[in-house]
Design a protein around this ligand. Sequence first.
Ligand SMILES: Nc1nc2c(c(=O)[nH]1)N[C@H]1C(S)=C(S)[C@@H](COP(=O)(O)OP(=O)(O)OC[C@H]3O[C@@H](n4cnc5c(=O)[nH]c(N)nc54)[C@H](O)[C@@H]3O)O[C@H]1N2
Ligand SMILES: Nc1nc2c(c(=O)[nH]1)N[C@H]1C(S)=C(S)[C@@H](COP(=O)(O)OP(=O)(O)OC[C@H]3O[C@@H](n4cnc5c(=O)[nH]c(N)nc54)[C@H](O)[C@@H]3O)O[C@H]1N2
Ligand SMILES: [Mo]
Length: 699
Amino acid sequence: MTAIQMPDQDHAGANVVRGACPHDCPDACSTLVTVENGRATRIQGDPDHPFTQGFLCAKVNRYLERTYHRDRLTTPLRRVGPKGSRQFAPASWDDALTDISARLRTIVAANGAESILPYSYAGTMGLIQGSSMDRRFFHAIGASKLDRTICSSAGSVGMQMTVGANVGADGEGLPSSDLVLLWGTNTLTANPHLWPHVLEAKANGAKVIAIDPIRTRTADQCDEWIAIRPGTDGALALAMMHVIFAEGLQDDNYIERYTLGADQLRERVKEYPPSRATQITGIPSERIVELARQYGRAKAAFVRINYGLQRHAGGGMAVRTIACLPAVVGHWRRAGGGVQLSTSANFQFDKKALERPDISPPVRTINMIRLGEALNAPDGGVGGPPVQALIVYNSNPAAVAPDRTSVLRGLARDDLFTVVLEHFQTDTADWADWILPATTQLEHWDIHFSYGHHYVPLNRPAIQPMGEAKPNSEIFRLLAARMGLTDPMFADDDLALIHQALESPHEKMKGVTFDALMERGWVRLNVPTPYLPYVDGAFSTPSGKVEFYSERMKQMGLDPLPAFTPPYEFPEMVPELAARYPLTLISSPRHQFLNSTFVNIDSLRRNAEPEVMVHPVDAERRGISAGARVVVRNDRGHFSGVVRISDAVREGVVWAPSIWWTKLAADGANANDTTSQRETDLGHGPVFYDNLVEVSVID
Ligand SMILES: Nc1nc2c(c(=O)[nH]1)N[C@H]1C(S)=C(S)[C@@H](COP(=O)(O)OP(=O)(O)OC[C@H]3O[C@@H](n4cnc5c(=O)[nH]c(N)nc54)[C@H](O)[C@@H]3O)O[C@H]1N2
Ligand SMILES: Nc1nc2c(c(=O)[nH]1)N[C@H]1C(S)=C(S)[C@@H](COP(=O)(O)OP(=O)(O)OC[C@H]3O[C@@H](n4cnc5c(=O)[nH]c(N)nc54)[C@H](O)[C@@H]3O)O[C@H]1N2
Ligand SMILES: [Mo]
């Protein structure tokens, strides 16, 4: 089993340990942790890392406060009161493992192993603590599989349909860019290490424009804010292409050589003159024309889309449509040009060796955003046995999953056996039968990828585990042994797993070796700086070209050409619903939180209450005054907050900075009490921001 191997001193005199930020963020920072007498005393960004550039974000600057928090879980806890009563008693690991493995065996015997559901996401993005021994364990016992769709699947598939993979432009090319569109992304909050590169572009003369229904802190820093209606980005991109083709601003040579379906695209965009897009997007027609000209005349426009804009019914199509733009104008040819949704598909670790999908029998797959349905339907929602055991790690579904009412009804089932691996007693842990204490990034090994740059980070443990906490990998190793799994793959320790992940024949992984990672803490993938993935085509679509026309989309029964797909809850499409619930709720991250992580950190929550930002016109119509307590509701549920009245939201839009721990909110609810389990057009993703509500003052 894995003993924590403490690292040697990295720097003469000071015990500084090289690590990696584990959180779900494109920046995947490299860190330096100072350790004195076995205690971590400082964490900082690696000054030598070209993307981290020596600074950390508001949240991870508090990582030590989080690690040494008074509420850290330090022993296994067994439920001793009724479900959800939050009554637990400490127990030994031996008792915990004995009871959990016995319960799982009984459940398998009664209903088959598919009645066990793993539930995890990106509490840590580490490959070892996130997707290695856990996957082997669930594959070996034959548990149901989980489709991990909650964040990025709509956009990822959108990129795959157009350019072939979720591989986009390199942020380090930004200094060469002459126009930057921050499109549906709150860079300063969600991707702050891109910002220095944006500033370089700006210093070199680029205009920086934010396209967002909210004037976020990022939009505030841009040259311009374009206040688009939520869920309408596809229409804007189509109208831009309309103008570009109409005015001859396209790059015919690039189109000819590297794209498929240009004639059909030209025909399609004729259907989207700026006047039509104005009706859909709410952006004045002149502004759309001007934006198209700015884009068409630029030499290397950098379009940063992130995941915010794809959380609507047509999220996949919107990303696919925007991803057509750089091919139309040929900007993929130049540093600083192109679209970036992600860089993740460049990281070609040997995931099959880590996860061993080959040992899984054919089993059903459950979509994680439909957890409510999965727990409540007698057949898990997809056919087969009911879900009888839920094993949660790296996720807090009672706060983050859509349609919370339904999720909670499921978690409250007396006949559901729930195990939660956690650092803290989260909203989800409250419903557990067993809570198992997990280590944090300072206490275990890991290796990471990034979805915003091209460097592989290694994380070395800096301190001993707190109390009896164990790494996820170790907990699954121990469970595997108790379940009678004797194959040597269940004994691989974390360092062995890291080595296996690095055994990749892929060209981009050349030079990414364990020794190099140990020495520097991070290694750039084997790609040039900046990396121009499509400078001479080489798209990984079936045709090898940018697919304006997609046969695969057609086969899925979808429009093979870019189009505007309205939100499910687009007011003009659902007038009766909109009469009752006229406002669109966006519940994107609060600056100081990382999804629901850090909400329990005093210095980050600062006694704040959940807030609801409302436009002055909408506030006046409802007689809402600043500071009032309001309830936000629809037919799915409600939550409350304190009102801020501001024209930083578009009229018709409300913003509830998220994702609150419900037990730290006065009413025990959060924005996901109002969100739905519906799926996006591509990738079966969530539609968190496709959500009509009404806001009213609480008397
Ligand atoms: N501080 C902090 N950083 C984070 C996170 C966090 O919780 N906190 N979460 C991390 C995770 S998991 C992710 S996936 C990324 C997400 O990173 P982003 O995608 O940047 O984050 P979001 O805040 O979800 O969405 C960004 C913006 O999209 C806008 N938006 C919503 N709907 C639309 C639309 O239809 N069109 C347009 N144009 N804009 C729209 C929102 O108003 C918001 O300002 O950030 C990561 N980084
Ligand atoms: N309304 C609304 N809902 C949303 C979103 C939104 O914008 N609005 N955003 C969505 C998005 S983009 C995402 S990615 C999801 C995020 O959903 P989750 O991936 O569930 O993210 P977190 O809420 O941060 O919860 C992660 C949990 O993992 C735990 N954890 C961290 N490291 C470890 C570890 O090493 N071991 C174990 N056992 N546990 C660990 C943390 O303590 C934390 O409680 O939420 C989604 N939900
Ligand atoms: Mo996410």
